[in-house]
Design a protein around this ligand. Structure first.
Ligand code: URA
Length: 447
């Protein structure tokens, strides 16, 4: 087989066979396909698209380019959730231990921040001593002992995606549903899951800003995951404002701990956490209905079992044993904290969430290029919500910065991100459409 002939077939609108897809993915992984050929393949897919069979085949081939976990001795269902990326989205930090406390296994593989959005791996690295790269056997032990472990993506997971994504990134071929779907799912399905819930963000801070685009992505993800043998459900959730009241790394860990302990109710974060967890508990048969699944998640939070589970996971992965009891002792604090007072007063009707994400990067809490080092202490807390009436001296948030100059720059960015006015609030339903296999009438096409 010749790579250029397979590329030609796709370029001319043909459908690649599974053997041809496997051949290309092998070539991407072992380097026998040149960068030019990989770019040409990505561009051919960009213009011609993939059939459902091709999408499933590509996802499975990319998944199988590296290590794929299996859990033959597991005494509980293995599940995970994936978020397409948001701001102030610390759902994983609350949901994974809550699920573990409900009796499922959650082998979370977390990523770094992408563009303006935060990454769970960066947040976990804000915990002193936390080891996000345990050896594979240790990872297994953590799941069987604690029901949950949170690790970073390594070179062993879907290496074909790593190379393909790097080439897509420099050849204007990131924005294709076919390749996005295969990229996301190849990594998630490598976890050997019994069920997957997808949180597809929609709004000014999301990858997908229009609801119809978010629905198309959700449908593609559910269809391909299901076709690849992993039951999946997606929810479209609102990203027209940060999900939680804190955005950054250490401040989001603190926020998650406060929510787990019940010291702070972040209502939108909790609603999304309960819904995604409830779905997974229903999908695995541990809850008879979605409502009962949600109630189980709420109970694990209210009883303190989820907080206990988080504390155990953190300690087992090298973090402080008393992090949950004494977060302030361990989490890095920024040199300067400054309440941000609005220059206008009245009702907040809109929020430029992307601008808040970029402001965190500017404070030093995210990356401009992959090699950038992150300052885990910086970010925002106490962020005001759309619909809030702001009157002096109520701040719209607090900026955490390395110095006064950066704090003032962050404060100006935060002020500019909020719109005050009298019109309708610009936000969607917190939890929008639900997409499952039935709703898109898919059938299994594992090859
Ligand atoms: N996230 C991924 O992991 N891959 C993509 O292609 C886009 C977003």
């Amino acid at each position: 087989m010749l790579a250029k002939e397979v590329i030609r077939k796709k370029r001319d609108g043909g459908e690649m066979t599974r053997a041809e897809i496997d051949f290309l993915i092998r070539g991407i992984t072992d380097g026998s396909m040149t960068e030019g050929q990989v770019a040409a393949m990505a561009m051919a897919v960009f213009f011609r698209g993939l059939s459902r069979h091709e999408r499933v085949g590509l996802t499975l081939a990319m998944r199988d380019s590296g290590a794929v976990m299996d859990w033959p001795d597991a005494d509980r269902p293995i599940v995970d959730k994936h978020s397409t990326g948001g701001i102030g989205d610390n759902v994983t930090l609350v949901l994974a231990p809550a699920l573990a406390a409900c009796g499922v296994g959650v082998p979370t593989i977390a990523g770094r921040g992408l563009g303006h959005t935060g990454g769970t791996l960066d947040k976990l690295e804000a915990i002193p001593g936390f080891d996000p790269f345990p050896a594979p056997e240790r990872f297994r032990t953590l799941i069987s002992k604690h029901g949950c472990a949170m690790i970073g993506q390594t070179d062993q997971i879907a290496p074909a995606d790593r190379r393909l994504y790097a080439i897509r990134d420099i050849t204007a071929t990131v924005e294709t549903l076919d390749l996005i779907t295969a990229s996301i799912l190849s990594k998630k399905l490598a976890e050997g899951l019994d069920a997957l819930v997808l949180d597809v963000k929609c709004g000014s801070g999301a990858f997908m800003q229009a609801q119809e685009d978010a629905i198309r992505l959700a449908e593609a993800l559910v269809e391909v995951a299901t076709g690849a043998g992993c039951p999946a459900v997606a929810h479209i959730t609102d990203m027209n404002q940060p999900l939680a009241s804190a955005v950054g790394n250490a401040v989001e860990i603190r926020n998650a701990i406060d929510v787990l302990r019940g010291d702070h109710a972040d209502p939108r974060l909790l609603t999304v956490t309960r819904r995604l967890g409830g779905e997974l508990l229903q999908m695995t048969g541990l809850a008879p209905t979605l409502a009962e699944g949600e109630a189980m998640i709420a109970e694990s939070l209210n009883s303190g079992r989820a907080a206990e589970s988080f504390a155990q996971v953190v300690a087992a992965q090298g973090g402080p044993a008393d992090l949950v009891d004494r977060p302030a002792t361990h989490l890095q604090r920024a040199e300067v904290t400054l309440p941000v007072l609005a220059e206008t007063h009245g009702r907040i009707i809109a929020c430029d969430v992307r601008a808040i994400g970029l402001a965190v990067i500017d404070l030093g809490g995210g990356r401009h290029v992959t090699a950038d080092r992150i300052d885990h202490s910086v970010g925002f807390t106490g962020l005001a919500e759309i619909g809030a009436e702001i009157a002096p001296p109520t701040p719209i948030g607090v900026v955490h910065a390395r110095n006064v100059e950066e704090a003032e720059r962050g404060a100006a960015a935060l002020r500019a991100a909020y719109t005050f006015g009298t019109g309708d609030p610009r936000k969607g339903a917190l939890i929008g459409p639900r997409i499952d296999a039935e709703s898109i009438r898919t059938e299994s096409c594992v090859q």
